[in-house]
Design a protein around this ligand. Structure first.
Ligand SMILES: Cc1cc2nc3c(=O)[nH]c(=O)nc-3n(C[C@H](O)[C@H](O)[C@H](O)COP(=O)(O)O)c2cc1C
Length: 209
């Protein structure tokens, strides 16, 4: 790994090219990744922190930028759900190749309204509804038990809609800080950080790479 050296050729980020609202800038980058057909353009690595101060992270999928935040869906009883319940402060990172772009968001995660979770759950494919409904996410289990539970639920609900379990739903991450990183030649990368001020306005500054 020490010998893997990637040169970044991108033209980079300028003050003038950035949107004043970092949520709109985030939308631009996600949209460009989707339009370019990049694999998993909405994958984000989400870090949460336990009540004891131990961070943990995992990949989830960004499902919307709306209501002043970033939305993803999961199981509320999972490890991440329990950690968010104890401490809503989270951070997530998205990395897009070959764009040499990284976005880092710091903020707080709070559950979305049950109606919003309901509507998204109902829009998912039948098989995903079944898997989400039977899975006690993050608990020790066996493949055999999971497959038996799928078969049981498929018998009970042979087609969509499958009822949404109460412990499955969305979180919206309201950012206090968003950073846009763009790889440049010779490691002289561009970094811009937006921080929300007490009056609600965003302050933007360039950071050293
Ligand atoms: C590409 C990818 C997308 C994923 N999307 C989600 C997701 O949207 N929601 C989710 O709960 N888990 C998703 N997962 C699974 C999580 O990474 C993780 O295993 C799961 O949420 C349990 O995490 P936890 O035990 O830390 O709470 C995804 C995994 C990958 C690799």
């Amino acid at each position: 790994m020490k010998d893997v050296r990637e040169e970044y050729h991108a033209e980079g980020l300028t003050e003038a090219s950035l949107h004043n609202d970092p949520l709109e800038q985030a939308r631009r980058w996600v949209d460009e990744a989707i339009e370019a057909g990049l694999p998993l353009p909405n994958a984000m690595t989400l870090a949460t922190v336990s009540a004891q101060g131990q961070p943990s992270s995992r990949v989830v999928l960004l499902k919307g930028i709306e209501g002043g935040g970033f939305t993803f869906f999961t199981h509320y009883d999972s490890r991440k759900g329990e950690e968010i319940a104890a401490n809503p402060k989270v951070s997530f990172t998205m990395f897009w190749q070959p764009f040499d772009r990284q976005m880092i968001v710091i903020g707080e995660a709070h559950k979305v309204d049950p109606e919003e979770s309901e509507s998204y759950f109902a829009s998912r494919p039948y098989a995903s509804q079944v898997s989400a409904a039977i899975s006690p996410q993050s608990q020790p289990t066996s493949r055999e038990w999971l497959e038996e539970e799928v078969a049981r639920l498929e018998k009970e609900f042979p087609s969509a809609p499958v009822p949404r379990p109460e412990q499955w739903g969305g979180y919206r991450i309201t950012p206090s800080e968003i950073q846009f990183w763009h790889g440049r030649p010779s490691r002289l990368h561009d970094r811009f950080r937006y921080r929300r001020q007490a009056d609600g306005q965003w302050k933007r500054e360039r950071l050293a790479p």
